[in-house]
Design a protein around this ligand. Structure first.
Ligand SMILES: Cc1cc2nc3c(=O)[nH]c(=O)nc-3n(C[C@H](O)[C@H](O)[C@H](O)COP(=O)(O)OP(=O)(O)OC[C@H]3O[C@@H](n4cnc5c(N)ncnc54)[C@H](O)[C@@H]3O)c2cc1C
Length: 301
């Protein structure tokens, strides 16, 4: 905590200097998923890249105290050691906690929990004049509400307490084929009303062919249910696997996916974007051509 406080004090002092000089700045957290070039000058950034630690996992309160530049894969890895997992996990492993809170992020569990920001209990934020404050639903609630999805415009997030839920070994995933948008909507509505469903999303392959994927966390494998992974080099890309599975067997199909493989199932292949980047959707060589998290370099001014 001491190291955290020292790092935040340094950030606050830098913010104050920008304030005194009446200069704008950008937030730099060391990495990006963006495929676009952005101009970044060392003298015009607030650097949060050192804020990449998970400080406390509270198993009683089911909460984690986490610095903003921690990526989702590291966060999941840490909380799983305690049998817990964030309720909403962005599907690209490199998305950071601070970026998810500030930049809008939602996932297949958001039909239960809302956007990622709704799972945050409180934030520590450095305001434009360098003041360090804590905001929550009860303390400075307008700031807490406004800072979510505000892209860093209200301040620099330096710490977050995040809600956690019970993890499980697998997600039992059922693929429901649908033949129209209206059938897809109806299926989503029906499954939303089913309280046993933890994760819900869908893929429309064309106007008359889609699949709604409904997941339930489980620690027990039912007899005859196949275990399917998506994170190893030789594993299939998720959207292609789902399409092929329902093409073979027209009815709903169920398989068990290890939790981490489920959470990051779209990473290899970049949902289906990978297909359009010039490489064939070759799910035999296992190549990853999704936009990957990259270290972000500074421009020279
Ligand atoms: C290739 C790609 C894949 C994506 N996949 C998903 C997905 O699977 N699920 C999903 O929900 N969303 C997805 N998104 C959207 C993504 O969740 C948001 O764009 C998110 O904000 C990205 O966070 P980041 O950590 O990459 O941060 P950045 O993109 O660097 O930052 C996002 C915004 O947050 C601000 N910010 C960052 N850190 C802080 C901080 N500490 N304090 C204040 N402001 C800060 C930045 O200034 C910026 O305005 C994807 C985006 C891309 C480009």
């Amino acid at each position: 905590m001491e190291a955290h406080e020292a790092a935040v004090a340094a950030i606050a002092a830098n913010v104050r200097q920008f304030y005194d000089r009446k200069e704008s700045y950008r937030i730099y957290h060391g990495s990006t998923n963006s495929t676009r070039q952005s101009r970044l000058y060392r003298s015009r950034v607030i650097d949060t890249s050192k804020l990449k630690h998970i400080l406390v996992v509270d198993t009683v309160a089911k909460a984690v105290l986490v610095e903003p530049s921690v990526p989702m894969d590291s966060l999941v890895e840490a909380t799983l050691q305690y049998g817990l997992v964030p309720p909403v996990v962005m599907e690209f492993p490199g998305i950071t906690v601070g970026g998810g809170f500030s930049g809008t992020a939602g996932e297949s569990s958001s039909f239960r929990y809302g956007f990622f920001e709704r799972t945050v209990i409180w934030i520590q934020i450095v305001l434009a004049d360098g003041k360090i404050v804590k905001a929550s639903k009860t303390n400075m609630p307008d700031l807490f509400h406004g800072a979510a999805s505000s892209f860093g415009t209200l301040g620099v997030i330096t710490l977050l307490e995040l809600q956690l839920v019970e993890a499980a070994a697998y997600v039992e995933l059922t693929y429901h084929p649908v033949q129209s948008v209206s059938e897809a909507v109806k299926k989503v509505e029906d499954l939303t009303a089913d309280s046993t469903v933890d994760y819900l999303d869908g893929i429309l392959y064309s106007k008359d062919h889609g699949v709604i994927c409904a997941g339930r966390k489980t620690n027990t494998l039912k007899g005859g249910v196949h275990v399917q992974q998506f994170t190893r080099a030789a594993d299939p890309w998720f959207y292609i696997h789902v399409q092929r599975s329902v093409a073979k067997d027209r009815g709903p199909i169920t398989e068990a996916v290890p939790l981490v493989d489920y959470l990051f199932r779209y990473d290899r292949g970049g949902f289906w974007v990978g297909k359009y980047r010039g490489s064939p959707p070759n799910d035999r060589d296992g190549s990853t051509i999704a936009p990957q998290q990259q270290h972000q370099n500074f421009n020279t001014a």
